[in-house]
Design a protein around this ligand. Structure first.
Ligand code: DX5
Ligand code: ZN
Length: 220
């Protein structure tokens, strides 16, 4: 079985010490950088934009996983490719022509991801799952770090895993929001491949150890 991945969410980093926190992730057992872009329209919060992502990618040495929480994401696909995104995830709820958007992301050489809000049913991906490299199941309502995990997520992971198997797809399952050592193992057992963790990593006193332990738990 391929190894399960840990993606610290930079939203919870100390922006006054961004380079230090990026280097911490570089030197840790983490696999990906998870980058949350919020526009204040699709979600009720604004995070950061291109100049900050540029500053991060100057130092980051691991996969850049960009999670766009913005309306009309097609406008910025090329921009995020040019900034060094490896995985570009758009929200199902923000795309009128999801299939077209996925093709456009891949045409720019990136992996294409789709994020689902907690209310969005897995069955809506029946006709696109074979075109999706990563599904990000939101385990909180998007917009803020530090929220509590929604328990129904386990059911959604199982439903998605069944859909992927049934369609013979190679899509990875990512979980985003409220991930800790309390739910990590159960999420992996349900079928998750990538665990995003913001507050749990960055608010801990020994961040590299928190990442190492979470990764060991996910792969146990
Ligand atoms: C929420 C973001 C998450 C957030 C996770 O809208 O998409 O990536 O950073 O933060 P925690 O792990 O603190 O819930
Ligand atoms: Zn995210």
């Amino acid at each position: 079985m391929s190894s399960k991945l840990i993606a610290p969410s930079i939203l919870a980093a100390d922006f006054a010490n961004l380079q230090r926190d990026v280097e911490m992730v570089n030197n840790s057992d983490a696999d990906w950088f998870h980058i949350d872009i919020m526009d204040g329209v699709f979600v009720p919060n604004i995070s950061f934009g291109m100049p900050v992502l540029h500053a991060i990618t100057k130092h980051a040495k691991k996969t850049i996983d960009v999670h766009l929480m913005i309306v009309d994401p097609d406008r910025y696909i090329k921009t995020f490719a040019d900034l060094g995104s490896d995985v570009l995830t758009v929200h199902y709820e923000a795309c009128t022509h999801l299939h077209r958007t996925l093709q456009a992301i891949k045409a720019e050489g990136m992996k294409a991801g789709v994020a689902l809000n907690p209310h969005t049913n897995i069955s809506l991906l029946e006709d696109t799952i074979n075109d999706i490299d990563l599904v990000c199941i939101m385990s909180v309502n998007p917009g803020f770090g530090g929220q509590s995990f929604i328990e129904n997520t386990y059911n959604k992971v199982k439903q998605l895993k069944d859909l992927i198997n049934r369609k013979g797809a190679s899509t990875k399952i990512e979980i985003d929001g409220g991930v800790t050592n309390k739910n990590a193992k159960q999420l992996i057992d349900a079928g998750a491949d990538v665990l995003v963790a913001g507050s749990y990593v960055f608010k801990s006193t020994d961040q590299p150890k928190t990442i190492k332990d979470l990764k060991a738990l996910a792969n146990s």
